[in-house]
Design a protein around this ligand. Structure first.
Ligand SMILES: [Zn+2]
Length: 105
């Protein structure tokens, strides 16, 4: 899912409000962050390693990339208040289990 222009603006506004001190990249010092064009679904697991499996729980996140070194910061969709805008509902909000449960953290 690529973000629309409206979504990109709202994401930028919310990130500026929720993370005003994002400032310089902590790896290279550059102060230029770029929004990745989609949601990153971090998969949660109860165990380390193992095989790739379908289903499970995910943390939907907004990726911000340093344009110089590629350092990538992930901000939770729900904590940044972007769930509704991006059409992402947690399984808690949906009230039922799905193949891949979206959790708030
Ligand atoms: Zn950097």
């Amino acid at each position: 899912m690529a973000f629309t222009a409206e979504q990109r603006q709202q994401i930028a506004d919310n990130v500026a409000r929720k993370a005003p001190t994002i400032g310089a990249c902590f790896l290279c010092g550059t102060r230029d962050w770029q929004l990745g064009d989609g949601i990153v679904n971090l998969r949660l697991s109860d165990q380390a390693g193992g095989e790739l499996v379908s289903g499970g729980r995910v943390l939907p996140s907004i990726p911000l990339l340093c344009t110089n070194c590629g350092n990538t910061v992930l901000l939770n969709v729900f904590t940044t208040g972007l769930g509704d805008l991006l059409g992402v509902q947690s399984s808690k909000a949906q009230g039922e289990a799905h193949n891949a449960d979206v959790v708030e953290g």
